[in-house]
Design a protein around this ligand. Sequence first.
Ligand SMILES: Cc1ncc(COP(=O)(O)O)c(C=O)c1O
Length: 475
Amino acid sequence: MESLEDGLEERRRYVRIRDALAQRIAGGEWRAHDKLPSVRQLAAQYEVNRLTAYKACRLLQTDGWIYAKEKSGYYVSGDEPAPESAAAPPDAPEGLRVSGRLRNEMFDIQGIPVAYQFSQALIDPNLLPNLYMSEYVKRVFDLYPKLIGTYATAQGDEELREALAGRMSADMRDDLRRDDLLITTGAQQAIDLISRTFLRSRDAILIERPTYSAAIAIFRHQGVRMLPVDIRPDGYDLAQVEALMRVHRPRLFYMNPTFHNPTGYTVPTAQRKRLVELAERYRCLLVEDDAFREMYFEEPPPPPLFAYDTEGWVVYLRSYSKYVAPGLRICAVAGHRTAIAPLVTAKSLADNGTPLVNQKIFLHYLLSERMRQHVEKLRTALQIRRDIMEEELCATGWQWTTPRGGLNLWLRTNEDLEVEALLRESLRQSLSFVPGAICDPFGGSASHIRLSYAFANESLVREGVRRLAAIARTI
Ligand SMILES: Cc1ncc(COP(=O)(O)O)c(C=O)c1O
């Protein structure tokens, strides 16, 4: 029987080949409906056995890059929608079909209860305003006695949108009105609605490498072709972005340019302006996910790209679930009415509106002095945890760029360290982190890991990193 270790090694091999083939297709080596070399030839090219090459092709097929013709081989997909492969859980009743593109790898890791929790980019619930919120709930129900008996509108509560438009106008764009906003159930729902609304299977999109793993899963499920844009401590290579836009005409660019998940990097101001110009020129919608804007340590980040958008090429997502109340899951989506109107329709189909109770509770907290004080205290608490984590990591010899905000550290481990073996042993010793490959749209970043310093308290961060470093020495 194949051991877990062998299985992981095999997976690494075929994912690597899938990545390499996807890059070759994206680079234009084969065009739509060209035949790929046979599985036998691919196995020879990449010096692996045929089964490994076959598995790489199956992955490419699932992701919509290629399609299979019976008894003929694999062909590069065209612009028409890719046929979706189906898969079903092994114990499913006969006939039950599940989309083969439906995956969420983060789930598998985060679902495991551990003592040292570094895999969740979530803030320690002890740092969130639980008590204050619970006092609040009663007041909100007194203010709106029929709250529970009322549907929200699909676009979101008017009073909340009015308040958020006021805030955002003061911060970034003074022309923002409540009709330019849509309230969604977290940023994740907003990404999903955007994907359903603006993308068709086989469309090209740009996506950061690495990036927020759920976004990868959502876009994969839509069957689009993801073209990676590397993000570095100093932002993107804009020449690369422009070349990708010119050649592939992507429909959108999903980005998290401020205290980026997982790296913590922030795209500088000059690049932000230029990206909006490129978006206008190449008609590429920029989806700016700004979940960590207020989680800065030294100084506030540059204005969002949305602040420079005059022609409606930026859709801006501002989630409040991370640092205010994950349980309420409130996110504001801002954009030109040409983008917001279809998104409201998509939202009406998805759930007909985020629960009104959540919106009203959030509204009253948003307007309170307590919220400002809470965010200030939170920044200090997170910065202390980041500092402790960095201090303890010095013993590892790993490399990273100090994040100036956000919730995570992105580490390059030593070249010879098997990250999957490290994860396996860490989970066994009740510690979890995110392997870099999960954050990479092409399954690369194999020698990186993401550690979140936001969930565990100070002593758990210290002990946990010491434990992780000790495990790494034994691998
Ligand atoms: C970049 C980014 N966007 C969105 C989300 C999810 O936000 P929400 O909880 O509002 O769905 C996360 C969560 O980790 C994230 O890192």
